[in-house]
Design a protein around this ligand. Sequence first.
Ligand SMILES: *Cc1c(COP(=O)(O)O)cnc(C)c1O
Length: 224
Amino acid sequence: MGVAQLDEVNNRIAEAAKRFGPLDDNAPKPKLIAVSKTFAAEDIQPILEAGQVDFGENRVQEAQGKWPTLKEAFPNTVLHLIGPLQTNKVKDAVQLFDVIHSVDREKLAKSLAKEFAATGKNLPVFIQVNIGEEPQKAGIAPEDAVAFVALCQNTYNLDVRGLMCIPPAGEPAAPYFAQLAGLAKQANLNELSMGMSADFDTAVEMGATYVRVGSAIFGQRDYP
Ligand SMILES: *Cc1c(COP(=O)(O)O)cnc(C)c1O
C-alpha cells in the first residue's frame, strides 16, 4: 500500500467530482485528507514525498509522537484533527494541528476560543454533526447544528468553515451526506468534511469538499 493507492484515490475523486457537476471555478475543489492514524512515520514519508499535503489524525497524543518531525521535513503539510478533542488536550492540539474537524459542544468551543486568544491563532474549524443520531457517536444533534454554528461564530469568534460527519456503519451513506449538505447550506457554510474509504466517491458526488481516506491508501489498520 502507498503511492499507487494514493494515485488511485485521487483519480476516483476527480471522476466523482465530474459526476457532482461542472464545478464553477470559484467552488472549492474536493480535497483528500490522507488519514495516517496508527501508521508509522516510515509509512507516511512516501506519501508526503509523492506530494500529498493534507493529513488526518484522530488522537492528539499519537500525532505528537510522529508529526513534529514530519512537519519539519515537509513544512507545507496541513494536519487535520479528525477525532474527538478533550478540553484538556486543546493546548496541545492547537500547537500541532492546522484544522480541527470535531467541534461538537460549547465547552470545547469556549476552550478553543480561549486558546486562540492566548496564542493569536485562529484555526479553521468544522462542526461535527451526529448525523445518524447514534448515542455512541460524538457530534452535535442535527436539529441543533445550525444554531450551534451561529453560537461558535458569534459568541466565540471561531472560523467555522463547514460541517463534518461520520454516517452510521452498515447503511447507505448517501441520505446522510445529503442531510449534512442541507444543514451546511442552512448555516451558510461552503465546506463539507464527509466520506471515508468505503464511501468517498459517493461523498464527492454529493458535494464533499474534504474526504478523509485512511485504509484505501495505507492498508488495513491493526487497531481501529
Ligand atoms: C479513521 C477515520 C477515517 C478514515 O477511515 P478509513 O475507513 O480508513 O478511510 C475517516 N474519518 C475519521 C473521523 C476517522 O477516525
